[in-house]
Design a protein around this ligand. Structure first.
Ligand code: GLU
Length: 363
């Protein structure tokens, strides 16, 4: 437990909601108790919590006109439910003499380096003052395609941005199974290495959980990415008593899946780039030869000679996707030149890098 100085705990809607959709107050209180002991032992804890929509829906049951479309419902439920949720956390932490604060964010707040650093600064200030950040997506305004896939994705971004050493994703399932978890022949996978190239589709079940938006497929993708950046990720069952304390003390008789972190740490700016794929303004297609070189562990910049095609309109400093010869996206980088210049020099020997290795992240 002592090896982690800063952790992110993500609590899924299914952990917090009872079968009838109402908030499970006993569970929230028990989780706050555990976070309080971690806090007391000197670990900085950042919480990412779902449950706003589920809680608002149960609160408004029978009160909402039948004609409300799904977007309006989500906005309404999250506005009501978030108020209720944060109140619960606030009161429970206050009983322990701990202050928590609320941060509601959207995907767009991660789009520019400036807003990214602003959010980071806010959380740093809170942690320095002993305040526990309680984060959720601002579901009242994030209703476009630029929404987080789910809070698993958001928690990954936060863990990476805040240089946490561990992320614990709590849902209502014990971890990653080698088959359908409902099937008694399926076994829990206790450990997955950052470099493992297991085809996730072979064991990750696509079904979503009943109250939240997330599913095991996003949990798996987020966990692998983070483990690659050097962050340990645990997927565990938040409905089990004392799960946070058990996971962090490495009690293996309790089921959970650990994604072992890679030992090659990734710099702050690269972490931001790694999670900025959705904001890419263009694509740089590369040839087979440079593809192989980029996959090697040594730092290599992407030079004009390896570029076969430039797609899209981007400025110097924009995020671009790197595309392999077979058409698959294999990385992200911050362009050192604009798209016009990149297209002009594509395929030429010499010249300055299209993407410098400090700003290049390979998946
Ligand atoms: N932000 C949503 C909520 O608080 C949950 C998103 C998710 O299920 O991951 O209800």
């Amino acid at each position: 437990m002592n090896e982690f100085k800063r952790i992110v705990v993500k609590i899924g809607s299914n952990v917090l909601a009872r079968a009838d959709g109402t908030l499970d107050i006993t569970r929230i209180s028990a989780l706050v108790d555990q976070i309080t002991s971690l806090h007391a032992s000197g670990i900085e804890v950042i919480m990412v919590t779902s449950g706003a929509v589920a809680s608002g829906r149960s609160e408004m049951k029978g009160l909402v006109s039948r004609h409300l479309d799904s977007v309006s419902q989500r906005q309404l439920y999250s506005a009501v439910g978030q108020a209720k949720l944060i109140n619960r956390y606030y009161e429970f932490f206050r009983d322990h003499g701990i202050v928590c604060g609320q941060i509601l964010t959207t995907k767009e707040n991660f789009a520019t380096r400036e807003s990214y650093l602003n959010q980071k600064h806010c959380m740093d200030v809170m942690l320095n003052q002993g305040v526990i950040p309680v984060i959720n997506e601002n579901d009242t305004i994030s209703v476009t395609e630029l929404m987080f896939t789910d809070n698993d994705e958001l928690s990954g971004l936060i863990a990476s941005m805040m240089d946490a050493q561990a992320l614990i994703i709590l849902s209502n399932i014990d971890g990653v199974f080698d088959g359908n978890p409902a099937d008694s022949a399926s076994r829990l996978i206790p450990e997955i290495s950052a470099t493992s190239r297991i085809k996730a589709e072979s064991f990750v079940q696509p079904q979503k959980s009943s109250f939240g938006r997330g599913g095991m497929a996003t949990k798996y993708a987020v966990s692998r990415k983070l483990a690659n950046e050097g962050i340990a990720v645990f997927i565990a069952n938040g409905k089990r008593d004392d799960i946070l304390l058990d996971v962090l003390s490495g009690r293996r008789e309790v089921p959970f899946t650990l994604f072992k972190p890679s030992s090659h740490p990734v710099s702050g700016v690269k972490k931001w780039i790694a999670h900025s794929e959705d904001f890419a303004k263009g694509e740089i297609h590369i040839n087979e030869c440079v593809y192989k070189v980029l996959l090697s562990p040594s730092p290599v910049s992407l030079l004009p000679v390896g570029v076969t095609k430039v797609v899209g309109d981007f400025e110097k400093g924009d995020i671009v996707r790197i595309i392999a010869p077979d058409g698959s996206p294999i990385g992200v980088g911050r362009a050192a030149v604009d798209s016009r210049h990149a297209a002009e020099v594509a395929g030429q020997q010499g010249g300055k890098p299209i993407i410098h290795y400090n700003y290049l992240y390979m998946d």
